[in-house]
Design a protein around this ligand. Structure first.
Ligand code: GTP
Ligand code: MG
Length: 370
């Protein structure tokens, strides 16, 4: 995806825009000052001009002297982020509820669980798993299209009495496109008419070969209703997560993605954010999509106010200037001036994208070259 305009990149490097256009032309790209280029091209240019690149976030390039990549020694293991997908009525919500019922922490506190679209479950063994509440497939692909690949693992729920249905196949395709590993949960196995074997066979048609059939996709028979197979499912999630070696640096300015957001009567604009890296703290100044703000309060999935949230932790964030969109990037910045600057820049990008259908004008190109 295009991340920055040639002019903007030139400004940040304090180079002449026309020089960048010339270089791009030599690289075989006919691009004008106001056109956007992708990350790889931007990085090439930056190197060519003898600068170093720093990523404010995946979607926001900044040129700086210091690198922004997290050194290996700063990386710590983080919880896997798991999304449950599947056909309507196959038991996604029931399964998530059942899994939340196994949460030893919620059990202890007896706290009322909030609906914030994302939950953390602490397993008996003390491991933590983050679950995303069944977003519509549209939301999933929309978020992916916007560069927000927040899911590490997909659980494909298939009802054993109903088998593969249109949305099951859609979910398979979305998962494949996202390049995310899948675990198949064959649900409703308590039903007399359940036929899990048939589900496994039908999955073959979509190149999903489960372990039982000699493949490497994990599958597990469950009943969300009778709460069977849940421990095995959790085990398989943890096994998959271990293989993936999921890590993040918790000791840096936070970055995350909006899972959902709304205007709340008493509390104003509220966003549920999944922290990807760093630690988000009360008082932090941030940009979220094209909005900015200062964290007034953080509320966890148990409805409790917390002071901070680290990698893979979902939290409600209060203190936004407006309502962002699902998938939007949240980035903590050093001060409010910087927040306004980045927010304005992103707003401008959004506006530009809307007008991006204007055809390339050769006159523009040559005036930039001269
Ligand atoms: P949507 O969100 O509408 O797509 O549905 P869903 O996939 O979240 O399904 P939901 O959890 O709402 O379950 C649909 C129906 O199936 C409900 O009536 C559940 O009680 C029932 N159900 C879910 N899991 C099981 C199960 O393991 N066994 C049986 N017998 N019924 C189940
Ligand atoms: Mg549901």
């Amino acid at each position: 995806p295009e991340v920055i305009t040639v002019q903007e990149l030139a400004n940040r490097m304090a180079e002449k825009g026309a020089d960048l256009v010339k270089s791009l032309f030599k690289m075989g790209q006919a691009v004008t000052l106001n056109q956007s280029i992708d990350q790889d091209t931007a990085e090439l240019l930056v190197e060519e001009f003898g600068h170093r690149i720093q990523r404010v976030s995946e979607a926001d390039v900044e040129i700086g002297i210091e690198g922004d990549l997290d050194p290996v020694e700063s990386l710590k293991v983080r919880a896997p982020v798991v999304t449950i997908m599947g056909h309507v009525d196959h038991g996604k919500t029931s399964l998530l509820d059942a899994l939340r019922g196994t949460d030893v922490v919620a059990g202890e506190s007896g706290g009322i669980t909030q609906h914030i679209g994302a939950y953390q479950v602490t397993t008996k063994g003390g491991d933590i798993i983050t679950f995303l509440d069944t977003p519509g497939h549209e939301a999933f692909s929309e978020m992916r299209a916007r560069g927000a690949n927040v899911t590490d693992i997909v659980i494909l729920v298939v009802a054993a009495d109903d088998g593969l249905m249109p949305q099951t196949i859609e979910a398979i395709n979305h998962t494949k496109a996202a390049g995310v590993p899948m675990i198949v949960a064959i649900n409703k196995c308590d039903k007399p008419e359940a036929n899990p074997q048939k589900v496994r066979e039908r999955l073959l048609e979509h190149e999903i070969v489960v372990e039982d059939m000699g493949g490497d996709v994990q599958d597990v028979q469950v009943s969300a209703l009778k709460k069977t197979g849940l421990d095995e499912l959790i085990e398989k999630i943890l096994l998959q997560a271990e293989v993936m070696e999921l890590t993040a640096n918790p000791d840096r300015a936070a970055e995350g993605n909006v899972i959902e957001a709304q205007l709340d009567k008493g509390r104003g604009a509220v966003a549920t954010v999944l922290v990807r890296k760093g630690t988000l703290k009360v008082g932090d100044t941030f940009v979220i999509g094209a909005e900015s703000g200062k964290v007034r309060a953080l509320v966890n999935d148990k409805g409790q106010q917390v002071k901070s949230a680290g990698p893979s932790v979902p939290v409600e964030v209060l203190g936004l200037s407006g309502v962002p969109m699902a998938g939007d990037q949240m980035t903590v910045v050093e001060n409010e001036a910087r927040a306004r600057e980045v927010a304005a820049y992103r707003q401008e990008q959004i506006t530009r994208k809307r007008t991006a259908s204007v055809p390339t004008n050769f006159e523009n190109m040559f005036s930039a070259l001269s």
